[in-house]
Design a binder for this molecule. Structure first.
Ligand SMILES: Cc1cc2nc3c(=O)[nH]c(=O)nc-3n(C[C@H](O)[C@H](O)[C@H](O)COP(=O)(O)OP(=O)(O)OC[C@H]3O[C@@H](n4cnc5c(N)ncnc54)[C@H](O)[C@@H]3O)c2cc1C
Length: 461
């Protein structure tokens, strides 16, 4: 079958208005938020049902052409960058909330529903969808499942896999399967295997999302520190004290400059780093827990400890944190965000190393971190038109991630491996571990039809 024939077949299956094949339209889908590597796809399709997804997958399989699922394209590791001669299956038109069952604390949603759309739909019910990536206003729940997304509040509530009761999926041969939603000890828990598989095992077409009861009360503070070292020592001590805040986020001076320019947060100029700490749970005992946390911070000489007094003040603090990456546009025309993890006790060390690596490669790096999880997000500022700078940023990125591995951590906490970190998989895992992953992939998708060249290139190609 020629490319023209395939496109004709896709148009017949989905209607012409749901298939793009003109280069000027395809260019929009040549990358995700990892913009330093791009490939123009053969076609882009917008199915509206699992049956249509299956038809597309089968047509592409007959044509010998790989497919990649795409949600909102906010991924930061090149997970939905099209494979060569690949077809992009965009799930954003499958965007209905199909059912909300509060008594079962569960919602059934299509993959293109935005994360915040579900939480907004639950407003006033006393429930919410707990995974809250900073991109939650734009990222899809299908994308959250595929990347096993985290967020500030996953420190206490866990990443996306903990909030998925079941999935409907399309496999590489076009079959439609359902895993869950009822917990069944007789079955293998395949929904959990698909979570975090970055579109390489199956295309998610429905999600039974677990809903979380809103906490009775919460306390949110912002503490400033004279150095990133002090701030990260405070994080390490809070965790070591056995306290599990709902969120424990760090921002350094570099990112604060961008946030100040964007939102006028009012952080004192002398602050080198800020922690945003949120505690939640039953009202009783929350204030004494807060005092304990503040006392631990005081061991590291915080400059100012400010408590949000109203929901509006709390919202402003979270807006500044969640919009921080967007504010980076005030510092440079482009950026690359890293996503390393280290044991929390190694946070001071990794921040020191990030500074050294930035100086060595002459790249400006600013930092945000889901610090309570040991998850660092150094943001490397670049301008893609400057090839030398981009190459130095890539080299610095790699060195940061290698350092995370050396510390006993990982190359990703939540953004996934994508194409960006594929070369590091061999550094992180033993050959036997990689072979086991490869065999699981083969069981789901023997022809490597789904998103080839992502996550485990070294064993699949
Ligand atoms: C400003 C900003 C802040 C961010 N903050 C966070 C954060 O706090 N935490 C976090 O975890 N991430 C964060 N991210 C990264 C990103 O938003 C998440 O990875 C998100 O889950 C991706 O969702 P998406 O809909 O954009 O997926 P896409 O980028 O479209 O796809 C991501 C991966 O999932 C696969 N995929 C998408 N949909 C499906 C599907 N239905 N079935 C199978 N595979 C699929 C794709 O093939 C790809 O491999 C941030 C990104 C940005 C730009």
């Amino acid at each position: 079958m020629s490319n023209t024939e395939l496109i004709r077949k896709l148009r017949a299956a989905l209607k012409p208005e749901n298939v793009l094949s003109v280069p000027s339209e395809l260019v929009v889908y040549d990358c995700d938020a990892f913009t330093v590597e791009r490939h123009i796809p053969l076609a882009v399709v917008f199915p509206r049902s699992a049956v249509q997804v299956a038809e597309v997958v089968r047509a592409c399989s007959d044509h010998g052409c790989p497919v990649v699922a795409r949600g909102a394209g906010t991924g930061l590791a090149g997970g939905c960058t099209p494979p060569p001669n690949g077809v992009v299956i965009v799930l954003t038109r499958m965007n209905k909330i199909l059912d909300i069952r509060l008594r079962d604390a569960m919602a059934l949603v299509e993959p293109g529903v935005l994360n915040l759309q579900l939480t907004n739909a639950l407003s006033g019910t006393g429930y919410h969808f707990a995974p809250d990536p900073s991109s939650q206003g734009t990222a899809t729940i299908g994308g959250n499942v595929a990347t096993n997304a985290g967020g500030p509040h996953t420190l206490k509530y866990g990443v996306t896999v903990n909030h998925v009761a079941g999935l409907e999926v399309v496999l590489g041969d076009g079959s439609i399967l359902q895993f869950g939603p009822v917990e069944d000890p007789a079955a293998l828990d395949l929904a959990r295997v698909v979570c975090g598989s970055e579109g390489t095992l199956a295309i998610v077409t429905k999600i039974w999302a677990k809903l979380t009861k809103n906490p009775q009360a919460c306390r949110t503070i912002r503490a400033t520190f004279a150095s990133i070292d002090d701030a990260s020592q405070a994080v390490s001590q809070i965790i070591a004290a056995g306290i599990v805040p709902a969120a424990l986020e760090l921002m350094d001076r570099g990112i604060l400059d961008a946030v100040e320019a964007a939102f006028a947060l009012g952080v004192p100029p002398e602050a080198a780093a800020v922690l945003i700490i949120e505690l939640d749970g039953p009202e009783a005992g929350l204030d004494s827990l807060l005092e304990q946390v503040i006392a631990l911070c005081r061991n590291w000489n915080p400059g100012e400890v400010l408590q949000a007094k109203t929901p509006a003040e709390r919202e402003l603090l979270w807006k500044c944190r969640k919009m921080a990456v967007g504010a980076v546009g005030r510092l440079s025309p482009g950026y690359m965000i890293q996503d390393g993890v280290v044991p929390r006790t190694r946070l001071p060390h990794i921040f020191r190393r990030i500074l050294e690596i930035a100086a060595k490669h002459r790249v400006r790096i600013v930092n945000v971190a889901h610090a309570g999880d040991g998850n660092v997000h150094p943001i490397l500022l670049l301008d893609e038109r400057d090839r030398d700078l981009t190459a130095r940023a890539k080299a610095a990125s790699r060195e940061v991630l290698e350092e995370c591995i050396t510390c006993g951590g990982s190359i990703t906490a939540e953004h996934g491996v994508g194409i960006e970190k594929i070369e590091l998989m061999e550094k992180l895992f033993a050959p036997a571990d990689l072979r086991a992953m490869h065999r699981v992939r083969q069981a789901f998708d023997p022809a490597s039809q789904l998103n080839p060249g992502k996550k485990y290139k070294t064993i699949c190609q």
